[in-house]
Design a binder for this molecule. Structure first.
Ligand SMILES: *[C@@H]1O[C@H](CO)[C@@H](O)[C@H](O)[C@H]1NC(C)=O
Ligand SMILES: *[C@@H]1O[C@H](CO)[C@@H](O)[C@H](O)[C@H]1NC(C)=O
Length: 512
């Protein structure tokens, strides 16, 4: 066979296939049957066997990049004829997936699209394995291993982004029209989720977003929420989802409580002109919210007191703590154009109500009056005066809220709708939220490491450092660096849970 320089890999594969066909025909027409086998395998060996690595090096990633189904099928067929052909193809296939996936996961500038790209990539590779590689189990398993390997190369972020992707799908107003479509997407997400080692990061972000969907009333469908929950339970066990289930239970109990509260209110001598809805959240099920004291108008405070009397009358000994960040309200507003209803956050409410009392206020005055924390207040003012629905005017104009800015009521506000939603900011994740969610996971991991060390040492009494570390790796369900384990062990020694052996410092003893 002469050199076939300048020929592309697809061309070469077709050429080999053609040559084999010709030889086959020739054998059938002229040659004795017994000649067939050695001849064909000589040709296979010469055309393929000696060039396998070169062919794969030169061509496999292009074939996969371009999704060349015909040539990939041919490649598999030809390689399966040559001794050692499939194992070498397998190796290149695994490497390709690791390197392509590693690019997707390892490029922070592309985080926005990471999950969608992973889903598309998984689809494409599945398709190749099914259609071109004859559903060969070894190839399918290698693909799974490769996914698991590259997705965990970058700790934590993929888990966070998967949670956010699910949130975007389960939120009201997403593009997936039908329940079936949504179901299909959630199933696919679970396949990617399965590869993730640190599922606690997923849980933390999932929980934070679920809380918002439930409390701000932005869930696309209760059925889809429940379906996702059961998928998670199936995948990770009941312990993983028990708090999430508690959140749903709280929501349902709250509905019943509100029915009773309405009846109770009808019996009150002084009916309120505000309709109050309260969700009673069990601490521990829900994300931890930083307590925030804001100044509510007197009517609201009164109503809170009424509710407190009602609730504690039924459940004495419980403690109620109001959580304003996720509160929301519908305000009746009157503009020159006419009456409107504004769907707003509680913080937006507090700001807007000030304009019943006065014409114009500075940021500082609003801050003093409402008690809303500075960063939160600036975001709130921005949403009311610089967003799409500007019910306040900012003076001077501009898209950021600066010290000394003055605000007044925008009487000329116009909108084609009667009820206008301005509380989308409640659904947005702030930088602080992202950081505190992540930090809480890391904090929790430290407790879990400590608990695992103590548990192991209590049982084993004496262990070498290496054995302890390897037991820890068996027990811990999230990625940890050896250095982190060492720090936790040091800290437990400092706190007298264990001690170093006097003679050999790599040996630890449990301290009862
Ligand atoms: C599947 O691929 C592996 C690759 O190493 C190969 O050894 C095996 O024979 C293939 N199985 C089938 C059924 O072709
Ligand atoms: C309302 O008041 C009536 C009469 O005082 C009482 O019988 C009833 O139980 C009260 N209902 C509620 C829900 O408190």
């Amino acid at each position: 066979e002469q050199e076939r320089n300048g020929e592309t890999v697809p061309e070469y594969l077709h050429h080999v296939a053609r040559r084999l066909e010709e030889e086959n025909d020739r054998v059938i027409s002229y040659l004795d049957q017994s000649t067939q086998k050695p001849l064909i395998s000589a040709i296979e060996k010469q055309l393929l066997g000696e060039h396998m690595t070169a062919i794969l090096q030169k061509g496999l990633s292009t074939l996969l990049d371009e999704n060349r189904v015909t040539e990939l099928t041919l490649l598999y067929q030809l390689f399966s004829k040559v001794k050692g052909g499939l194992p070498v193809l397998l190796q290149f296939w695994r490497d390709y997936i690791k390197s392509f996936g590693g690019e997707v996961v390892g490029s922070p500038e592309k985080d926005k699209d990471m999950v969608q790209e992973l889903l598309d990539f998984k689809d494409k590779m599945d398709h190749v394995a099914q259609r071109c590689f004859q559903r060969n189990e070894t190839f399918i398993n290698a693909m799974k291993e490769a996914f698991e390997s590259f997705i965990n190369k970058r700790p934590n972020k993929p888990a966070e982004l998967i949670a956010k992707y699910v949130d975007s799908k389960l939120r009201a107003g997403n593009k997936e029209a039908t329940e079936e479509e949504l179901e299909r997407i959630l199933d696919k997400i679970m396949i990617i989720f399965r590869f993730i080692h640190g599922k606690d990061v997923f849980e933390a972000f999932y929980k934070k977003d679920l809380a918002k969907r439930l409390l701000v009333g932005k869930s696309a469908s209760v059925d889809a929420e429940k379906s996702m929950l059961s998928k998670l339970k199936h995948e990770c066990g009941a312990a993983f989802t028990s708090k999430l289930e508690g959140m749903f239970k709280d929501m349902e109990l709250s509905k019943d409580i509100m029915i009773q509260f309405k009846q109770y209110m009808q019996n009150q001598s002084e009916p309120s002109n505000i309709e109050l809805t309260v969700n009673i959240l069990t601490m521990g099920y829900w994300p931890t919210y930083t307590p925030m004291e804001v100044h509510l108008p007197t009517e609201m405070v009164k109503l809170q007191e009424v509710f407190k009397m009602f609730y504690l009358g039924k459940h004495s000994g419980r403690k109620l703590q109001w959580q304003p960040t996720l509160g929301h309200a519908v305000l009746k507003a009157e503009f020159k154009e006419g009456k409107k209803e504004l769907q707003v956050s509680l913080f937006q409410t507090l700001v807007l109500l000030m304009f019943n009392e006065g014409e114009e206020f500075t940021v500082e005055e609003i801050h003093t009056a409402t008690g809303i924390e500075d960063g939160e207040l600036r975001r709130t003012l921005q949403s009311l005066a610089c967003g799409k629905a500007r019910v306040l005017n900012k003076n001077p104009r501009g898209k950021d809220v600066e010290d000394g800015d003055r605000f007044n009521f925008n009487n000329d506000f116009k909108h084609k709708l009667f009820r206008i939603k301005i509380n989308q900011i409640q659904m947005k994740e702030t930088v602080e939220e992202q950081v505190s969610t992540t930090e809480r996971v890391f904090q929790d991991r430290q407790y879990q490491i400590d608990a695992a060390v103590v548990r192991i040492m209590k049982m084993r009494k004496t262990l070498s450092h290496n054995l302890l570390v390897s037991e820890l790796y068996n027990q811990l369900k999230f990625p940890v660096k050896p250095g982190d384990l060492k720090k936790r062990i040091e800290s437990l020694i400092d706190r007298d849970y264990m001690e170093r052996d006097k003679e050999s410092p790599n040996q630890y003893h449990y301290v009862a």
